[in-house]
Design a protein around this ligand. Structure first.
Ligand code: MIC
Ligand code: SF4
Length: 650
């Protein structure tokens, strides 16, 4: 029986466990990446492991999230990461060099290799045939130390692409269509593998848009084959020698199949406040009784900031002026993109049209500036439109393609780009401008000893952990609903992001989007439990969404179901991840109820996975599951991955 591409790469990297669907496997990680908002923690954790030099083939530390530097905190963090990188064998991509995923694709990714990154959009690398997975910072730290990365051996979904995109219909519309069909939980436990005749009609940046936003499906990752198109892209980057063909066997067997005829797709938008709330322009117009007037357009983010995207945008803006009621902001994805935009004259077209050019960084995507006006309608080429993420709580964010964004910025309302007229053939240059002068190589092993680590006062150590208690008796400090994102649990934005290296300070903002009093209440209670609905913890990989609760005394989280990375982060932090056996029991627990998990340590040690939670307030017994395998069981018993790893890596 033939193998899928995912299985081929996974099997070539398995170091622990067996290739059996649903079972846990440990894979060898060839490359890692971090960004600054999760990076300081990851490097503190790496330091705590006591490994002198990274044991991966390539590790890169990017600075792209916290570039506002509104105070000393961000700059201190950048300096800290730069010094750790230099000492421990990690390449350092300086602020201004671009968004981690865009730069990694351009300069470091290699088909057939494994990559994990402390950012949920790491699957962008799947655009060139890598198995690239988003993970918590601690998992990345372990991989840098040479440890395996553990995932559930996934189910593999074949997305069979046929046809060819019609003019002005974009790669963004492909992934929006997939999200519409599968939903934000449709990808949990699965890898999405793109196949079929339609693949060769898509360029690498288009493929990367699709794999990037596959994160919004909750998928482990997404992957395209590595073919002639990939080869050309890598050659244009001056890296042709790293190319290899990567593809599934002809007779590969998949667990599920989705068919998409690219020729039939139309321009789409994900409406507020979820990436799977996808509708066509016509549907949105009819819901709004006609045209939808807009206030802002933002173009950029790791999903849509490639040179190709910028070429399309410049073509649409050429000779035009941004509508007087609209603010247009454009953030190119990397220094390379920005440089080439300048050389090709695209930048002056955009400036002339009235666009506000931002630096090559995440920027508005993570609420670092450009928050829309009150109730403002903002069209963004980004990947997430969760409530409040833009920095304006009642902001209405629509996720769209660069084509749709650009034409709408000119007309002043949501506009179907197919009204633009004839689409020119936009061809990527044969050679990209390569100048890696903003990537600092690490010190040699001999010099590493003399490199001093530069720590600022905002950098506080990892919170204290303790081995799992015998029994847990604790009240419910918070009850929340379905689809809670890590942006609810640990909000980001310009005010909170600078505290990413300071868990005591950032904890004061934990869950404040849902309940402003939560941090205070949890601290007063000393220890407590959170209850939630399905797909709890979707979105970002930020381990802060587990570390802040750990600091606030959360001992267990009991929900209908978890998102993959967040569940792993809870285990890494030593917090028990519990799920209801019967989802309707969610109704049997209220905020303030006292819960008991009797003899939990003994039960988990002996391998039990099903327990009773006693609601001492109502007397009701509630069956729950806590499925921990050998390794995750040991991690929970030890009080978290850091304690567990310190021993095993020695
Ligand atoms: C995001 O898009 O939410 C982020 C900010 O890039 C996060 C990482 C973080 O919270 O630092 C992610 O996607 O993992
Ligand atoms: Fe940055 Fe936004 Fe991409 Fe996250 S989704 S890495 S914040 S650009």
């Amino acid at each position: 029986m033939g193998l899928t591409l995912t299985e081929k790469i996974l099997r070539a990297h398995i170091v622990d466990g067996e290739a059996v669907k649903g079972k846990e496997i440990g894979i060898k990680i060839d490359q890692t990446l971090t960004q600054d908002a999760t990076g300081t923690m990851a490097y503190l954790e790496f330091e705590a492991m006591g490994v002198p030099r990274v044991r991966t083939e390539r590790s890169v530390a990017y600075i792209d999230h916290n570039t506002l530097q509104n105070g000393f905190e961000n700059a201190d963090d950048h300096r800290f990461i730069g010094s750790v990188a230099k000492k421990h064998g990690i390449y350092f991509s300086r602020p201004g060099n671009g968004i981690c995923h865009q730069v990694h694709l351009e300069r470091f990714g290699i088909p057939g290799k494994t990559l994990i990154g402390s950012d949920s959009h790491t699957p962008t690398g799947g655009g060139i045939g890598m198995i690239a997975i988003g993970a918590g910072g601690l998992d990345v730290a372990v991989a840098m130390g040479g440890g395996a990365y553990y995932i559930t051996y996934p189910k593999i979904v074949k997305v069979n692409l046929t046809g060819k995109l019609s003019p002005w219909v974009a790669a963004k519309d492909v992934i929006l269509e997939v999200l519409k069909r599968l939903s934000v939980k449709g990808g949990v436990g699965k890898v999405i593998e793109y196949c079929g005749e339609g693949v060769k009609t898509l360029s690498v940046p288009e493929r990367a848009t699709i794999t990037n936003m596959g994160a919004e499906l909750g998928a482990t990752t997404s992957i395209f084959p590595s073919d002639e198109v990939t080869k050309q892209f890598l050659e244009a980057q001056g890296r042709g020698e790293v190319w290899s063909e990567q593809k599934a066997d002809e007779d590969a067997v998949y667990d599920e199949e989705v068919n998409i005829n690219l020729s039939e797709l139309v321009p789409l938008a994900a409406c507020p406040h979820s990436p799977d709330n996808v509708k066509s322009v016509a549907e949105i117009e009819s819901e709004h009784g006609g045209k939808l007037k807009i206030d802002q357009v933002c173009i950029g983010s790791c999903t849509n900031s490639s040179l190709l995207d910028m070429m399309k945008v410049a073509h649409i803006l050429k000779g035009k002026t941004v509508h007087p009621d609209v603010s247009l902001a454009i953030a190119p994805g990397s220094k390379q993109v920005l440089n080439m935009m300048a050389d090709m004259g695209l930048l002056s077209i955009m400036i002339d049209a009235g666009a506000r050019i931002l630096e090559s960084a995440c920027g508005p995507c993570i609420g670092m500036g450009q928050s829309p006006n009150s109730k403002g309608i903002s069209l963004r080429t980004f990947n997430r439109n969760f409530l409040g993420r833009s920095g304006t709580k009642d902001g209405q964010i629509y996720l769209v393609s660069p084509e749709l964004a650009a034409i709408s910025a000119v007309t002043g309302y949501l506009t179907d780009p197919r009204t633009i007229g004839e689409m020119p053939e936009l061809i990527l240059p044969e050679k990209f401008t390569v100048h890696d002068n903003m990537i600092v190589p690490p010190a040699t092993e001999e010099e590493a000893g003399t490199v001093e680590i530069l720590r600022g006062p905002n950098i506080k150590p990892y919170p204290e952990t303790a081995p799992l208690e015998e029994s847990i008796i604790a009240p419910v400090s918070l009850k929340v609903e379905d689809n809670i994102t890590t942006d609810h649990i640990m909000p980001a934005g310009a005010k909170i992001l600078p505290l990413r290296s300071n868990i005591p300070a950032i904890s004061q903002h934990c869950f404040t989007v849902c309940d402003e009093k939560f941090p205070e209440r949890a601290k007063t209670l000393g220890k407590s439990i959170i209850v939630g609905g399905s797909n709890y913890g979707q979105g970002s990989s930020r381990e802060h969404a587990a570390l802040a609760p750990l600091y606030l005394g959360i001992k267990a989280v009991l929900v209908k179901s978890f998102a993959r990375i967040h569940r792993a982060n809870l285990i890494n932090a030593g917090i028990l991840p519990l799920t209801f056996v019967n989802e309707q029991d969610y109704e049997e627990i209220h905020q303030g109820d006292m819960l008991e998990l009797a003899n939990i340590r003994e039960k988990i040690s002996s391998g039990e996975t099903k327990f009773i939670v006693l609601n001492k307030t109502t007397g009701k017994e509630i069956p729950v599951l806590c499925e921990l395998t050998g390794r995750t069981k040991e991690i929970i018993l030890a009080g978290g991955l850091l304690d567990y790893t310190r021993e095993t890596l020695k």
